[in-house]
Design a protein around this ligand. Structure first.
Ligand SMILES: Cc1cc2nc3c(=O)[nH]c(=O)nc-3n(C[C@H](O)[C@H](O)[C@H](O)COP(=O)(O)O)c2cc1C
Ligand SMILES: [Fe+2]
Ligand SMILES: [Fe+2]
Length: 409
């Protein structure tokens, strides 16, 4: 490991180059990666992110060679995943006076994941500042880029943005700065964006709005090259790749209902979709001609199909409709099941089976977790009896979450 490399006055890279073929998120990083950690050696020395859990001990030993660990005042954790926060337990045990700076959610996760319950925390919120004696840090929350707790850190004096995973590239390298790279990194930068950030595209837009107010000379991410030459180019690439302006998506919500409960669910799902400007048709299957349903289904990018449960089965003509729909080529569409029920809710599960039988992609909880990491949305959507305020909010959230999946595809 290289001991430390200066990136600005009193600011150093203290990371780890990992030139293995690194297993990561069901992929192999053929070009390896780096875990970039930074030390801001001010009057109140501050570390921004650490390195992968595998290299915790090596990282701390390296740091000890040039820095008195008891002098470390703050450890900023922008993102809790173990490739950046993994060396925190090893570090915090040797830095008696350090306070962990992170978001509220970050604190909760660190306590659970690394059992760091009795440590000192400073919880920061969007726009908060911290004077570290010679430099001022600004923090901005960037939820879901790419996990819920993430934030970015900006140093006012150096005009350096420390965005952790955002603006990263998986390439092991010793050159550190993009202007010293032997090959053009643009393609690798785009591939990284597509894999890690693109599924959270609406949040990329929110993050870019926050950057507009910052004067950025250098982007120091947590993987790959530090972007000191033309950082604007990389911000612009994120802007172009995440632009939803030209995207036109359609939703269809098809339901059947005895007493209006499932209809209420349908209306609230549609609110979530409409908030993202996804044109949505709500159709009561009972009153609608099959030809009209087919036409709308073919136009839609997502088809929600809802029923309540009556004697352990779906109700009305929904089974007939499903049998017609599965004959169509719906292979470029997502299918989602929903419905109200009383105690067992078989109807919703039977719709789920039909969607599986069709050539649609079943959008269920498992799909959401695997593609976006979102684990707090239950799909298929099941609501007991008449939706109340809480369950209505859940229905809106389902619409929004599914809409975000559409916009990211
Ligand atoms: C005749 C009848 C049979 C029912 N059977 C079931 C059942 O087997 N399992 C269940 O979970 N709920 C059952 N329910 C409850 C309904 O699914 C529940 O009231 C639901 O909220 C109705 O929604 P809807 O207004 O959208 O039709 C039954 C209700 C009725 C009236
Ligand atoms: Fe990550
Ligand atoms: Fe990462």
């Amino acid at each position: 490991m290289i001991k430390r490399k200066e990136i600005a006055e009193k600011s150093y890279w203290i990371g780890k180059v990992d030139d293995r073929k690194v297993p990561f998120h069901r992929l192999t990083l053929e070009k390896g990666t780096t875990y970039n950690s930074y030390l801001l050696d001010t009057e109140e020395p501050t570390i921004i992110d650490t390195v992968d859990i595998l290299y915790g001990r090596e990282y701390v030993e390296n740091l000890q060679e040039h820095t008195d660990l008891n002098s470390i005042k703050y450890i900023v954790i922008n993102h809790v995943e173990p490739d950046h926060a993994g060396a925190l337990p090893a570090l915090i045990n040797k830095t008696k006076n350090a306070t962990i700076v992170t978001t509220e959610k970050g604190k909760e996760l660190l306590k659970d994941m690394f059992r760091l319950k009795d440590k000192k925390y400073l919880v920061v919120r969007d726009g908060d500042k911290l004077d570290i004696g010679g430099k001022i840090l600004h923090f901005y929350e960037t939820p879901y880029l790419h996990t819920e707790e993430t934030m970015i850190t900006y140093c006012e004096e150096d005009k350096i943005l420390y965005p952790c995973d955002i603006f990263s590239t998986h390439i092991a390298n010793e050159e550190l700065f993009n202007d010293l790279a032997t090959n053009d990194i643009t393609e690798d930068f785009k591939v990284y964006y597509k894999l890690i950030m693109h599924p959270h595209r609406p949040y990329v837009r929110d993050m870019l709005k926050k950057l507009k107010n910052l004067d950025i000379d250098m982007i120091a991410p947590s993987h790959g090259y530090i972007l000191r030459n033309n950082p604007e180019k990389y911000i612009k690439l994120y802007d172009e790749m995440s632009d939803v302006g030209n995207i036109n998506k359609n939703g269809l919500i098809l339901f059947t209902s005895m007493t209006g409960n499932t209809a209420k669910i349908a209306q609230n799902i549609s609110k979530g979709l409409e908030n993202l400007n996804i044109n949505t048709d709500i159709i009561n299957a009972k009153n609608t001609d099959m030809e009209v349903i087919k036409e709308k289904a073919e136009k839609a990018d997502v088809i929600f199909i809802g029923t309540s449960t009556r004697y352990a089965d779906m109700i009305g003509n929904i089974e007939y409709i499903l049998n017609e729909l599965i004959k169509l080529d719906l292979s470029d569409k997502f299918g989602v099941a929903f419905g109200s029920y009383g105690w067992s809710g078989e109807g919703v599960e039977i719709i789920n089976d039909y969607i599986r039988k069709s050539n649609m992609t079943l959008l269920d909880k498992s799909y959401l977790i695997k593609t976006t990491g979102v684990d707090d949305v239950d799909l298929p959507l099941r609501v007991k009896f008449t939706p109340n305020e809480d369950s209505k909010a859940i229905c809106v959230k389902v619409g929004k979450t599914v809409g975000e999946v559409l916009l990211s595809n």
